[in-house]
Design a protein around this ligand. Structure first.
Ligand code: NAD
Length: 500
């Protein structure tokens, strides 16, 4: 029986324990172990238990994967395919992914600690939709004919770059990966994907299914491993482009590696410390409060766009905080495989300790309003209560640095200018929100905020593929999603033909 009603905690526990996990690298159409046999433990944050031994890719595997990608690219088995056929292959792949959606959701949940309600409704359907969306674009997007002198024909075409390496984080393991590999493959490139060592399982499975769907050997390779494997890709002389999502610190290293090697095209989607501004004429304080809670507690706060700085006007601060603390209560940590759980586990002990150390810093520099504790320790897993601090000094560490956990800093302001100044006073510029009933204020503040995405009277909405996503300042460069993403994975070519 496989009806929605029966998919309770016990169902998902049984389902997850029945999975046969093949955590080998996927290179050139085959599942392979490391040449030296190296593996690393994949530990579930749900209970701290090892769920798989994962191939630890080293230099040999990286070289094999890049060589397979290069060979497949040069042979034109993918890049040279009729666009309609490339589209059909990606559509078959998307259908196969949909058939395996429960398996992928369960893998994502046990690997990264994300609530099953989210992996089944957001992560996995979102990644599949991304594959479908870019598949659809393959035979819709063409080049241009330039207005040149009458004796010439000027063609402006886009060509795949070649071998694209994608290095991705663990907070939305498959979704973030799909934002890279789907447009890169749609554009005709061959791809080598390195998932995070903290969440490698869905990427591996998805590569197996790509091959099964008819995407030729060597076109999509997955090399699980640590940062050192990502660095090998960033330094590789035969990688033409690296698309990275992760921390700003590692993004800077990736850029340096590109400079030290072959100046590969480098695209960076990095960290954030996004401001969520509540003006006194906010149209609906209740909705703004529940949205502010979701902006920081959804996905355990492990969100690049987390609304981690809540800027509230002094006149409404007390009333707003009261509502916020009520909304925060709906994010009680629970078993990630329970469909009623809204807050799962922190991905691993390293991240747990990082979040705890920020909470300790917060206790010294701000007033704790709720939370602040590790919880459910008897499970063996890594859970933290939703935590809110009232921060009087915007220069406090918890109000400036990206924590990547369920920790909110509430800051107070007295005027719109004040709010914009505090909001923009950050090395990051990924996203921002403003709540106001005044249309003019909404547009003026949106223009003044230095961030790649601005929400007005909402937060984290519009998760469709039509909007470009990426950051200003040290939140990165380039944009994922939308047709603009194809620009990252193509070279622009101008061809001039003299007629006479
Ligand atoms: P991270 O930078 O530690 O790791 C990201 C990836 O890079 C992992 O696969 C890791 O193994 C690899 N890596 C580590 N060191 C490397 C090196 N020296 N060279 C090459 N690769 C290396 O980030 P994380 O902890 O996995 O993810 C959290 C970060 O990701 C946060 O800063 C978050 O804001 C950011 N993020 C950004 C976006 C966005 O779209 N802007 C989306 C999700 C997450």
């Amino acid at each position: 029986m496989d009806t929605k009603a029966t998919k309770d905690l016990q169902y998902w526990k049984n389902y997850a324990s029945s999975l046969k996990i093949d955590a080998r690298a996927f290179i050139d159409g085959k599942s392979v172990e490391a040449a030296d046999g190296a593996t690393f433990d994949c530990v579930s944050p749900i209970d701290g238990k090892v769920i798989a031994k994962v191939t630890q890719s080293g230099e040999t595997e990286i070289n094999l994967a890049v060589a397979a990608a290069r060979r497949s690219f040069e042979q034109g088995v993918w890049a040279g395919l009729n666009p309609r056929k490339r589209k059909s292959a990606m559509q078959r792949w998307a259908s196969l992914l949909r058939e395996h959606a429960d398996e992928l959701s369960a893998l994502e949940t046990i690997d990264a600690g994300k609530p099953i309600g989210d992996t089944t409704s957001v992560d996995i359907p979102g990644a599949i939709y991304c594959v479908e969306w870019f598949a659809e674009a393959i035979d819709k997007v063409g080049g241009e004919v330039a207005p040149v002198d009458h004796h010439l024909v000027g063609l402006v075409t886009r060509e795949p770059i070649g071998v694209v390496a994608a290095v991705v984080p663990w907070n939305f393991p498959l979704l973030m990966a799909s934002w890279k590999f789907a447009p890169a493959l749609a554009a005709g490139n061959s791809v080598v994907l390195k998932p995070s060592e903290k969440s490698p399982l869905t990427a591996i499975r998805v590569a197996q299914l790509a091959f099964e769907a008819g995407i030729p050997a060597g076109v999509f390779n997955v090399v699980p491993g640590f940062g050192s494997a990502g660095k090998l890709l960033a330094l590789h002389m035969d990688v033409d482009c690296i698309a990275f999502t992760g921390s700003t610190a590692v993004g800077k290293q990736i850029m340096q590696c590109a400079g030290q090697s072959n100046l590969k095209r480098t695209w960076l989607e990095l960290g954030g410390k996004s401001p969520n501004i509540i003006l006194p004429d906010c149209p609906d304080l209740d909705r703004a409060a529940s949205s502010a809670a979701s902006a920081i507690f959804y996905n355990m706060g492990e969100m690049c766009t987390a609304g981690s700085r809540l800027l509230v006007h002094r006149d409404i601060k007390d009333a707003f905080i009261e509502k916020l603390l009520v909304a925060a209560k709906s994010y009680t940590p629970g078993h990630p495989l329970d469909p009623s759980t809204s807050m799962g586990a922190i991905v691993d002990t390293i991240q747990l300790e990082r979040v705890q150390s920020y909470i300790e810093a917060g206790r010294a520099e701000a007033s704790l309003l709720t939370g602040g504790n590790r919880t459910l320790q008897d499970t063996g897993g890594y859970y933290i209560e939703p935590t809110v601090f009232d921060v009087s000094n915007p220069a406090a560490r918890i109000a400036r640095e990206e924590i990547f956990g369920p920790v909110l800093s509430v800051l107070t302001f007295d005027s719109v200018d004040d709010a914009v100044r505090i909001a923009n006073d950050s090395e990051y510029g990924l996203a921002a929100a403003v709540w106001t009933s005044n249309l003019t204020t909404a547009h003026e503040v949106s223009r003044r905020l230095r961030a790649g995405t601005i929400w007005v009277n909402c937060y984290d909405e519009g998760g469709d593929m039509n909007f470009p996503f990426g950051g200003y300042k040290q939140s990165g460069n380039g944009r994922d999603k939308s047709l603009h993403a194809l620009e990252k994975y193509t070279e622009l070519k101008s061809t001039l033909v003299r007629l006479r």
